[in-house]
Design a protein around this ligand. Structure first.
Ligand code: FAQ
Length: 311
């Protein structure tokens, strides 16, 4: 690639211009975006599993309808993210194969189990809350198709976050057993949610380049801190405590300081050894195999139509 083209590309980024699919772009920009967008898509698709586990056991018709809608939204997010990634030149089949063969990552958070109904509240409140914090800046990402997809995704995530917080609020105002269930869910989801933002800045291999290319607008640690600052008062409003003895408000900085994250646990989950990694991939593989006849039928129909129009 010639240096002139790379310099012109960077000048467009610096001028806040959007990069579109047919524009020239450095191979590394294409590669890192394909990586991030496809992993984001995989996260949405695998992310349906923990909550899908509770659709048949939702405590009321109203809760069931809301949860069904949320899980369907996640499927939709996954599909338009795959479409956004495809504009960079990799087919959806290749991306899905990479997931099923364990070559592509998806968010660490979806490798934890949903043990009680309160986990559905905690996921909406915390996981979707973290997702919004990370995705709002992505609405201004330099790559047009990704930025535009994020606008609609964020609107839907905001509904998800509210439905989760409302479940937590209902449980916390309920019986002592219900409140204990909400507390237990917070205890189990809190630390994994902080890991969603990725490794500390000092160890984030893609951050520097992604920041120069305006794919990332805030660092992993900055977004993690924003999330903690926004979420801790919400937890206190619920009357819950956070499972972190080091959590304290710093009057001078105006930030909530928190304890050391267990990065060893994070590495283990990324390496495939989290509590549900194997179960999640097995479920996706089975769904893919069970859906083979649908893909075959669609391909056969397309072929028939093509043959007919050529006659
Ligand atoms: N889990 O150099 P960095 C949702 C990997 S929200 C697994 O800092 P980068 C909504 C990273 O990929 C969740 N892997 O990387 C929902 C890289 O590995 P690689 C999805 C992680 O890209 C809610 C390596 O570590 N959201 O689904 C994680 O600059 C409820 C080094 O890291 C997105 O994907 C992790 N937590 O920053 C659905 C948002 N963190 O690729 C259902 C878009 C890091 O070299 C229910 N993505 N890694 O093999 C991003 O903003 C970025 O990719 C980061 C990571 C911030 C996640």
């Amino acid at each position: 690639e010639d240096a002139g083209a790379a310099a012109r590309f960077q000048a467009r980024i610096d001028a806040e211009e959007r990069i579109e699919p047919n524009d020239w772009m450095p191979a590394a920009y294409r590669k890192t975006l394909t990586r991030q967008i496809s992993q984001h898509a995989h996260s949405e698709i695998v992310g349906m599993l923990p909550e899908g586990n509770w659709i048949t056991r939702a405590p009321s018709l109203r809760r069931k309808a809301a949860l069904l809608a949320k899980v369907q939204d996640e499927c939709g997010h996954g599909l338009y993210l795959y479409a956004a990634a495809e504009t960079l030149g990799t087919s959806r089949e290749e991306m899905v194969d990479a997931l099923l063969e364990g070559r592509a990552k998806y968010s660490s958070i979806f490798n934890y189990p949903t043990l009680t109904w309160a986990d559905i509240g905690a996921i909406g409140w915390l996981v979707d809350g973290a997702a919004i914090m990370n995705q709002i800046p992505l609405c201004r990402c330099s790559y047009g198709p990704y930025a535009r997809a994020m606008i609609r995704v964020c609107k839907e995530e905001s509904f998800h976050q509210r439905q989760g917080y409302e479940i937590m609020l209902t449980l916390c105002r309920g019986t002592p057993e219900q409140k204990a269930m909400a507390q237990d869910a917070l205890n189990r989801w809190w630390w994994p949610c902080l890991m969603m933002f990725g490794p500390p800045d000092s160890q984030s291999q893609h951050s520097d380049q992604s920041t120069k290319w305006k794919i990332k607008r805030f660092s992993n640690d900055e977004l993690r801190q924003k999330f903690v600052d926004a979420t801790v008062p919400q937890g206190h409003y619920l009357g819950l405590t956070f499972p972190d003895p080091d959590l304290r408000f710093n009057e001078e900085t105006g930030h909530w300081e928190f304890g050391e994250i267990d990065w060893d646990e994070f590495r283990q989950v990324l390496a495939g050894n989290g509590p549900c990694n194997r179960e999640r991939l097995a479920a996706r593989r089975k769904a893919h195999e069970d859906g083979a006849w649908v893909r075959d039928a669609a391909a056969a129909y397309a072929e028939k139509r093509r043959a007919r129009t050529e006659m």
